[in-house]
Ligand binder design. Structure first.
Ligand SMILES: C[S@@+](CC[C@H](N)C(=O)[O-])C[C@H]1O[C@@H](n2cnc3c(N)ncnc32)[C@H](O)[C@@H]1O
Length: 255
């Protein structure tokens, strides 16, 4: 039978699109929950909620949860892992699977997170409180904007599934430096750092989260940049020498 007329072959891209849409929606929900979790807004269980256990136990459990997230996130983003995964699932579904597993690991973190409510700092002054809350939302705004600057739907696996469904050939990754990417090389990570640290009330539990996630981001970015140098070669090396990682460079190199 002609492959084009084979119903199984025609159904696969549609099933892939449905799968990627579900993964995208799960990730969207998880990201919204993450905002509420870190900022202690709206969600039923935030970073400071839950039954109290002895603080060494809480630090241990929370650290394991952060390490688990870091390992899943970095391991699944590596080329070797993607090649291995390609033996089990179609290449266009790889990114969606990454996104789905990231959501599951984050969901587990929200569920099992152990609060440590002791205060590290608590800002009472209205203007300082407003400033820190504003910075928190600015951080999330930068994260959202950065995803669209890089290619939001490709980053979360939906574009790959739509291309397959439309029978459009998969595009090679494109090196992009629009807007915020002209100021720092990793605006998305900068947004996360701002959102994790800017709070009028920093508890010990929140501090463990902010510290752990920041350490992970700085480790993860090294792996990401190694891949980006392999992918984009000299252009990325030049970009590294001209633009700061997460802090804008004041003195631009000449020449
Ligand atoms: C979660 S995004 C984070 C992007 C970037 N690290 C940031 O913080 O804005 C990771 C994906 O973006 C891609 N990426 C990072 N910088 C890029 C650039 N300048 N152009 C195109 N793709 C990029 C990486 O290859 C990776 O697939």
């Amino acid at each position: 039978m002609n492959i084009k007329n084979n119903p199984d072959r025609r159904a696969a891209p549609a099933i892939g699109l449905a799968y990627s849409t579900c993964c995208y929606l799960a990730f969207l929900f998880t990201c919204l929950y993450l905002i509420g979790f870190v900022g202690s807004v709206v969600v039923p269980k935030s970073i400071n909620d839950g039954p109290l256990v002895a603080w060494p136990t809480a630090v241990l459990v929370d650290s394991v949860l952060i390490i688990l997230f870091g390992v899943q996130h970095s391991l699944m983003a590596r080329k070797g892992f993607k090649r291995w995964l390609a033996a089990f699932i179609p290449a266009p579904a790889e990114r969606s699977t990454y996104v789905l597993l990231s959501s599951l690991v984050l969901g587990m973190m929200f569920w099992l997170w152990q609060p440590i409510p002791d205060s590290v700092w608590e800002v009472e002054t209205v203007w300082a409180k407003t400033l820190l809350t504003g910075l928190f939302w600015l951080g999330w705004g930068i994260v959202l904007l950065a995803t669209f600057l890089i290619s939001h739907f490709e980053l979360f696996g939906l574009k790959q599934a739509i291309d397959r469904w439309r029978n459009t050939p998969q595009q090679a990754p494109i090196f992009r430096t629009p807007l915020l990417y002209k100021i720092v090389r990793h605006p998305l990570y900068l947004g996360f750092l701002i959102a994790f640290w800017a709070t009028p009330h920093m508890t010990v539990g929140h501090l463990v989260f902010a510290l752990g996630m920041s350490v992970y981001l700085f480790i993860g970015v090294r792996f990401e940049e190694r891949d980006l140098v392999v992918l984009f070669g000299e252009r990325y090396r030049r970009y590294q020498s001209e633009v700061g990682m997460v802090v804008p460079r004041l003195n631009k190199p000449r020449g």
